[in-house]
Design a protein around this ligand. Structure first.
Ligand code: ZN
Length: 114
């Protein structure tokens, strides 16, 4: 049985602040926001990583469309940033694929702090 935090949220075992739902994705607020707007695009089906999407490329494409729609709904008309932390060196914390959506201020071009 898969027991990561996102599966627990999707199963109703844990609460989250959900800002968007459809048949494939939920978008929830990050509990430790790194920007004025910090959301997580989470597939309802358990995908560990990008490799799991090799069998379902369309769904990975849809994740970006969902992110863009939600960004517009959140009023991020000046832009936003999407981040995927993949694997140990990528800084992945939860073993359930998700995309970070950050915005609400000018984030600057630097992606990694020294
Ligand atoms: Zn999961």
């Amino acid at each position: 049985m898969i027991t990561d935090v996102f599966c627990k949220i999707l199963n109703g075992e844990l609460k989250a602040d959900v800002v968007y739902k459809d048949d494939d994705f939920w978008v929830i607020k990050d509990i430790n926001p790194q920007a004025p707007v910090h959301l997580l695009i989470v597939p309802i089906r358990h995908f560990l990583n990008i490799e799991d999407f090799h069998k379902d490329e369309e769904l990975l494409g849809k994740a970006l469309i969902v992110a863009d729609k939600v960004a517009h709904k959140q009023g991020l008309k000046n832009g936003y940033r999407l981040i995927i932390n993949e694997g140990d060196h990528g800084g992945k914390l939860v073993p359930h694929f998700h995309i970070h959506l950050l915005g609400g201020k000018r984030l600057g071009p630097k992606l990694v702090k020294e």
